[in-house]
Write a protein that binds this ligand. Structure first.
Ligand code: DX5
Ligand code: ZN
Length: 222
């Protein structure tokens, strides 16, 4: 399913359930699927790497049981290596971890290999203050690179234009099959900026889930 989507020309929209109604997640997921989404972005926060605490392994497992959408999991956690196996067992399709959560290059490579060892796709994310040059060496090893355009931790923040300027630099150093994803402050205007700079996947939380027409919101991002 994932590869079929990857080779399509259009942008991959990944609705972030962080802005969904948590008391009714099953319905909220069915609604974005009906609205055309193929991926679902799940923000995992540990209260250490970022100040917020959100979703963990049991919730991912429960969601896997009720949806066939590609589960695109964004790990905003310390010690990502400890949680690869549980999230893989819970049904993750893509596991994206943070470069800043790793103390050195060996750790980054170890986490990438560990994710791949479970037969799932590996993503690497950078926070707003991290320079794109710092991750060039890992681009041939991963399936997805996630450029944060807000400080990770909360939905509904304003898009940081200067972060989007990292996209062309990353694209220049990226194998063609690596998905370039952007997360934070994505709406009908910032989506166009990111796509024109080379993004191939857009995460959107509040723009989709706070709208009253999910289908129209997703279409506005394509
Ligand atoms: C922020 C998360 C995002 C968040 C985006 O740390 O990684 O995925 O849900 O929310 P919006 O689209 O509202 O900026
Ligand atoms: Zn995210």
């Amino acid at each position: 399913m994932y590869d079929k989507i990857r080779y399509m020309e259009s942008t991959i929209i990944s609705p972030s359930i962080l802005s969904a109604d948590f008391s009714d997640l099953k319905q909220e997921i069915a609604s974005v699927k009906k609205a055309g989404a193929k991926w679902l972005h799940i923000d995992v926060m540990d209260g250490h790497f970022v100040p917020n605490i959100t979703i963990g392994v049991p919730v991912v497992k429960s969601l896997r049981a009720v949806t066939d959408l590609t589960l695109d999991i964004h790990l905003m956690i310390e010690h990502p290596e400890k949680y690869i196996e549980p999230f893989a067992a819970a049904g993750a399709d893509i596991l994206t971890f943070h470069y800043e959560a790793c103390e050195d290059s060996a750790k980054v490579k170890e986490v990438i290999s560990k994710i791949k060892s479970f037969g799932i796709k590996a993503g690497l994310s950078i926070k707003p203050k991290t320079k794109p040059e710092e991750i060039y060496e890992y681009l041939p090893l991963i399936d997805l690179v996630l450029v944060m355009t807000v400080e990770p931790g909360f939905g509904g923040q304003e898009f940081m234009h200067e972060c989007a300027m990292k996209i062309p630099k990353i694209k220049e150093h990226c194998p063609d099959n690596v998905i370039i994803q952007v997360d934070g402050g994505i709406n009908n205007i910032t989506s166009k900026i990111c796509k024109s700079l080379g993004a191939t996947s857009l995460v959107a939380g509040s723009y989709i889930y706070k709208s009253n027409d999910y289908k129209k919101a997703i279409q506005n991002l394509l």
